[in-house]
Ligand binder design. Structure first.
Ligand code: PLP
Length: 367
């Protein structure tokens, strides 16, 4: 019997279904499904929310990253510096366009890119850097942007887990040359299918992205560049328009739950997620670290509490990425995390008694 679910989008729909249904049926009644007023309105609203000039809706977070790389001129034979402690799609976007990912290690407490390793990883082939704002917490962007500027390399933020997160007052996805978002259903802002977006202050880059997502067309049937089909559809955009109105409230609820966990589990022999000063962590995931990870997870499962591991195998050790030539031991902090991390349930529709159940179960394990 499952007592505490890891996520609960059915509960979300129970609560907000009337509004969501109204948005969906507005699209159905309009008879217009691709590249229309819903996407345009959402792009504007999301850009305004973030405080950036341009937002381009696309079909997924992976394609947001791939198109952003292409628009920055990255292609076959180029290298892109990123991390292996991430969701594999960060790397998929790089390989999709024929480029090669180069991994730097992460900080042991935050699990985020260790920016101090980036400069040494830059080579003449380096054409972009992708910091990943993993778990809803921003990478240390100030020194990263400085290193990137000194080397003339664009920074493309993977903000797929960080909608609304702040770094020194700036929103994730607004600090680099481009910001890439996923609206996969379980993300802090998710649609009811696949979706994504790219944000940028650079108008010319945005225009290029608008062509890339739609067969390379500038005007209908006039193809200026080689392109793709990666569009955010009208139904998903309408759903996102409704949900964007709740994003801050939902992120605050995630932070409230994170705070409850922090206060209740702080005295136990495990490492809690770090939040750097000046940051607003939006707890896409609440990830603890413990050498007893597998036993703790088994004990939670027995009590009906779902937990997950994000991620059990780092990208550089995945079978598909062996061709890159990384050996076990090459990214020690990344590999250590893979053995010790555990994501506890955290989502905006979680009730206090469910949070309590998780806290009691973790405490009981260490008793
Ligand atoms: C979800 C996610 C992506 C990919 O997004 P999709 O919409 O599933 O393609 C990329 N990077 C990170 C860090 C993610 O969590």
């Amino acid at each position: 019997m499952i007592k505490v679910k890891f996520g609960d989008l059915a509960r979300e729909y129970e609560r907000y279904g009337v509004e969501i249904d109204r948005a969906i049926s507005r699209v159905l009644r309009s008879g217009w499904f691709i590249l229309g007023p819903e996407m345009e309105a959402f792009e504007q609203e999301f850009a305004d929310y973030l405080g950036i000039a341009n937002c381009v809706g696309v079909a997924s977070g992976t394609e947001a990253l791939a198109l952003a790389l292409l628009a920055c001129g990255v292609g076959p034979g180029d290298s892109v510096i990123t991390v292996a402690h991430t969701a594999v799609p960060t790397a998929s976007a790089v390989t999709m366009i024929g480029a090669q990912p180069v991994f730097v290690d992460v900080q042991p407490d935050t699990g985020l890119m260790d920016v101090s390793q980036v400069e040494a990883a830059i080579t003449p082939q380096t054409r972009a850097i992708i910091p990943v704002h993993l778990y809803g917490h921003c990478v240390d962007m100030e020194p990263l942007l400085q290193i990137a500027a000194e080397n003339g390399v664009p920074v493309i933020e993977d903000a797929a887990q960080a909608h609304g997160a702040l770094y020194k007052g700036q929103k994730a996805g607004t600090m680099g040359t481009a910001g890439c978002f996923s609206f996969y259903p379980s993300k802090n802002l998710g649609c009811y299918g696949d979706g994504g977006a790219i944000t940028t202050a650079d108008r010319a880059l945005a225009e290029e992205l608008v062509m890339l997502r739609n067969y390379g067309q500038r005007a209908r049937y006039y193809h200026e560049i080689l392109g793709f089909n990666c569009r955010l559809d009208e139904i998903q955009a309408a759903i996102l328009g409704v949900k964007l109105g709740y994003l801050d409230q939902w992120n605050n609820r995630r932070r409230e739950i994170g705070q409850l966990y922090n206060e209740s589990l702080g005295h136990l022999p495990l490492r809690l997620p770090a939040e750097r000063p000046g940051n607003k962590h939006v707890y896409h995931l609440y990830v603890i670290q413990t050498t007893k990870r597998d036993a703790l997870q088994a004990s939670l499962t027995k009590l009906g509490i779902q937990s997950l591991i994000h991620y059990p195998v780092p990208v550089h050790l995945q079978k598909a990425y062996r061709y890159l030539g990384y050996e076990p031991g090459s990214l020690p902090e990344t590999e250590k995390l893979a053995h010790e991390i555990l994501s506890l349930p955290i989502h905006p529709h979680m009730h206090d008694d469910e949070v309590d159940t998780v806290i009691k179960a973790v405490k009981e394990f260490y008793r």
